[in-house]
Design a binder for this molecule. Structure first.
Ligand code: PGA
Length: 259
């Protein structure tokens, strides 16, 4: 089962995940990180920035989960721009080693396959950071997505477009389509780290971790993975039936185990 860590704050959650990423890069300078966008992973990137110090990150590689289709990469809300601004620049990563799916319409028919090939050529993702949507999506795999899906174009749900409208001047500017790693792609990462903060994520978290494994809750795919860490605050954990068990497991965990 997933290891569920219930934290007092986003900052504490970010620190726990950043420590693990540092440990990974120390072991493997060219570690492959799976990068997520949105508000949730920001405390991880902030904590990572504080910890990088002397660490050589010039060989670290990265793959973003998804991108909007039809937004120019230079648009400030394209995930190309977001990943550059929030991850690559502050952490001093090598831009050529960090990949984001190509959402430009010109090459969209083959962009998914090319992205899959690039991930494969890198030897796969070591640690995949994940947020979860209020509708249960991971990446942009909306409800109904196949657990066998690979990187492809998807139509965003009305709920996701509404949730993301805060990043755009007007809700109608939120693209209707995206290109996202599939659930099958995500499940091949060696370690999944899913974060969620706030009451609005409580149902999605409970459904993903403790509900049935179903395409209707794409986040429930994590139940099929052998190495999953979930970092949630009290509000996002508030609907978890096994919360006390998760707390006891975390408190009693030996230091040598790592995440
Ligand atoms: P958020 O988005 O981190 O901005 O809440 C999460 C997601 O949609 O996966």
């Amino acid at each position: 089962m997933a290891e569920v860590v219930i934290v007092a704050s986003k900052q504490e959650g970010g620190a726990i995940v950043a420590d693990e990423i540092v440990r990974l890069i120390r072991m493997r300078e060219d570690a492959v990180l799976g990068l997520a966008t949105g508000s949730t992973p920001l405390p991880v990137y902030e904590a990572l920035r504080e910890r990088i110090g002397e660490l050589d990150v010039s060989r670290v590689r990265g793959f973003a989960l998804d991108e909007y289709v039809g937004l120019d990469p230079s648009h400030p809300e394209s995930y190309h721009s977001v990943i550059a601004r929030e991850v690559v620049e502050p952490l001093g990563l090598e831009p050529a080693r960090i990949h984001v799916p190509d959402g430009r319409e010109a090459g969209i028919a083959t962009a998914g396959e090319e992205y899959e090939r690039a991930i494969r050529d890198a030897g796969g993702v070591d640690l995949q950071i994940l947020g979860i949507g209020t509708d249960g999506h991971i990446g942009f795999n909306e409800p109904g997505s196949s657990f066998a899906s690979r990187t492809r174009v998807k139509t965003l749900t009305a709920q996701t477009r509404e949730d993301n409208a805060r990043f755009f001047a007007d809700a109608s500017e939120v693209p209707r389509h995206c290109i996202t790693q599939g659930l099958g792609t995500i499940l091949e990462a060696r370690h999944l780290v899913l974060l969620a903060f706030g009451q609005e994520k409580a149902d999605a978290v409970a459904g993903a971790l403790e509900g049935p494994v179903t395409a209707m809750v794409p986040g429930s795919a994590v139940q099929l993975h052998p190495h999953v860490t979930v970092v949630v605050d009290e509000a996002a954990a508030s609907r978890l039936r096994l919360a006390d068990y998760y707390r006891a497991s975390w408190e009693g965990k030996p230091d040598w185990q790592g995440l």
